[in-house]
Structure formats: structure tokens, C-alpha cells
Design a protein around this ligand. Structure first.
Ligand code: ADP
Length: 261
């Protein structure tokens, strides 16, 4: 904590990367990884000239291999750096490429800091305009360590409109503020469910919770993502909605968020 006050002397840019955007959430299961993946793809959909990478920093529950339909071990470059695996034009790196799904959680616990260090420093990204980082959920040591080690252009915080998720999201926002990472805004996920049969709209997790929290925190709501079967199904199939249904309202919602980072 002391060296934080002295202006984060350990922060070192990731070679070749212009802007690091972290996608965070207070707790798991609110749609953080789905947002991170579709945000990365949305940045490219909005501007095909951009190069965008995706780093899955959720070492305990990596989602990027499944969401981006990637598996296998990264090759090493001559400089002993790991070469990201690529799909949909996005180079990706994840703990899921380095260990088996069945690797014991205890082992991961012991290795977590050195794993994060490898994922941050030993990857050959080439040149990237954006590196989108799917953070682990919550506000623990790993999250703090990432924010202390790498200069971050901004954080996007994902929350459902539900009270409990919002409380945790507030803690996340406060952590970023403490380490001087700009909070770009909140994404309100699963805000509305529209019945595919009768089009009736239901606010399953409440209506406007994230909007109220954003107001209290003095940050923007970058967008509302509906609770939609297409998002869940395309995610599970490893064909994220922004690439598989690019003109759908769901994809547009992610592209709108991408346009604001
Ligand atoms: P987290 O990264 O916060 O743990 P995920 O992105 O893995 O959350 O999402 C959890 C589950 O919810 C996944 O099955 C995902 O497909 C689904 N999901 C996320 N956002 C939506 C949404 N807007 N509509 C439907 N399903 C969603």
C-alpha cells in the first residue's frame, strides 16, 4: 500500500500494447466474460483497422477458451514468449491454454501470482491498439496486483441490476479509484427479458439498479445488455453474438459499449 501512494513505480506497459481496458465485476456470474469477449469483437466490428487482443486473467475460471472456441498450447517465439491463439481475428491468451481443465484448484492457488505475471509479461502480442482484460471477479490480491503492475486506460464494470451484485460492483469501482484507474463506466447486464412469444418485457433482476449506482458513483452507464437466449447460446457455442449475429439488437448493444471505450 505504501508504494501505491508513491505513484505506482512498478507499473510497466505491456510491450506493443497501446490501451489496456479491464472488464471487471464484483461477483461471478453477472456476464463479465461475455461482455469482455463481445467488447473486444465489438471494437473490431466498429473499426476493422483496429488490432484488439484478449487476455483472460481469470486464472481460476478461465472462460475465453470456450467463448472464443480455442484450445491448445501456445507456441513459444525465439524470445521465449508465448504466441497467443487466434480466432475471429483476435489474439487471445488464457490460463486455460496452459493447464488442463482438471488441474487441481489448490495448485492454481499456489501458482496464481506467477501465472498472472506470465500472462502479463511473457506473451508476444505484436502490436495492439487495445488489449481487453477479462479480470477475475471480485476485488482480491490478483486484481490489485494487475492494476499495480500495468498502466490501465480504463475499467468497465459489469453488474446485473440486482442489489447484491451492485454492492459488489461498488466495491470494485472503489478499488479502481484507489489505484487511480479511471472507471469508464458500468454495463448493466441482463437488465430486461423480452418474451420471444409475446414481446412482453420483464425486469427479472430489477429495472434500473446499475443506473442508480452509476449516478451515486458519478460514472456513466455505458450500455444495457438484455437477458437474451441468443447471447447465452452463441456464447456456449463459441461463436460470440457480435460475430454470429452482427446485426441483432444484442450485438448492437455490445458495439455501442465498444464505441464508448
Ligand atoms: P462472469 O464472467 O461474470 O462469471 P459469464 O460471462 O461467464 O459471467 O456469464 C455467465 C452465464 O450467463 C453464461 O452462461 C453466459 O452465457 C450467460 N449470460 C451472460 N450475459 C447474458 C445475457 N445478457 N443474456 C443471456 N445470457 C447471458
Amino acid at each position: 500500500r505504501q508504494h501505491m501512494a508513491r505513484g505506482l513505480p512498478n507499473q510497466k506497459p505491456i510491450a506493443g500494447v497501446k490501451r489496456v481496458i479491464v472488464v471487471a465485476s464484483g461477483k461471478g456470474g453477472v456476464g463479465k466474460s461475455t461482455t469482455a469477449v463481445n467488447l473486444a469483437l465489438g471494437l473490431m466490428a466498429n473499426d476493422p483497422n483496429l488490432s484488439v487482443g484478449l487476455l483472460d486473467a481469470d486464472v481460476f475460471g478461465p472462460s475465453v477458451p470456450k467463448l472464443m472456441n480455442l484450445k491448445g498450447n501456445p507456441e513459444l517465439t525465439e524470445n521465449n514468449l508465448m504466441r497467443p491463439l487466434v480466432n475471429f481475428g483476435v489474439p487471445c491468451m488464457s490460463m486455460g491454454f496452459l493447464v488442463e481443465d482438471t488441474a487441481p484448484i489448490v495448485w492454481r492457488g499456489l501458482m496464481v501470482m506467477s501465472a498472472i505475471e506470465k500472462l502479463l509479461r511473457q506473451v508476444d502480442w505484436g502490436r495492439l491498439d487495445y488489449l481487453v482484460v477479462d479480470m477475475p471477479p471480485g476485488t482480491g490480491d490478483v486484481q490489485l496486483s494487475i492494476t499495480q503492475n500495468v498502466p490501465i486506460a480504463g475499467a468497465v464494470i459489469v453488474s446485473t441490476p440486482q442489489d447484491i451484485a451492485l454492492l459488489d460492483a461498488r466495491r470494485g469501482a472503489e478499488m479502481f479509484r484507489k489505484v487511480k484507474v479511471p472507471v469508464l463506466g458500468l454495463v448493466q447486464n441482463m437488465s430486461v427479458f423480452q418474451c420471444p412469444k409475446c414481446s412482453h418485457q420483464t425486469h427479472i433482476f430489477g429495472a434500473d439498479g446499475a443506473r442508480e449506482l452509476a449516478h451515486t458513483l458519478g460514472v456513466e452507464v455505458l450500455g444495457d445488455i438484455p437477458l437474451h437466449l441468443n447471447i447465452r447460446e452463441t456464447s456456449d457455442a463459441g461463436r460470440p453474438v457480435v460475430v454470429s449475429s452482427p446485426d441483432s439488437p444484442e450485438a448492437e448493444a455490445y458495439k455501442k459499449i465498444a464505441a464508448s471505450v
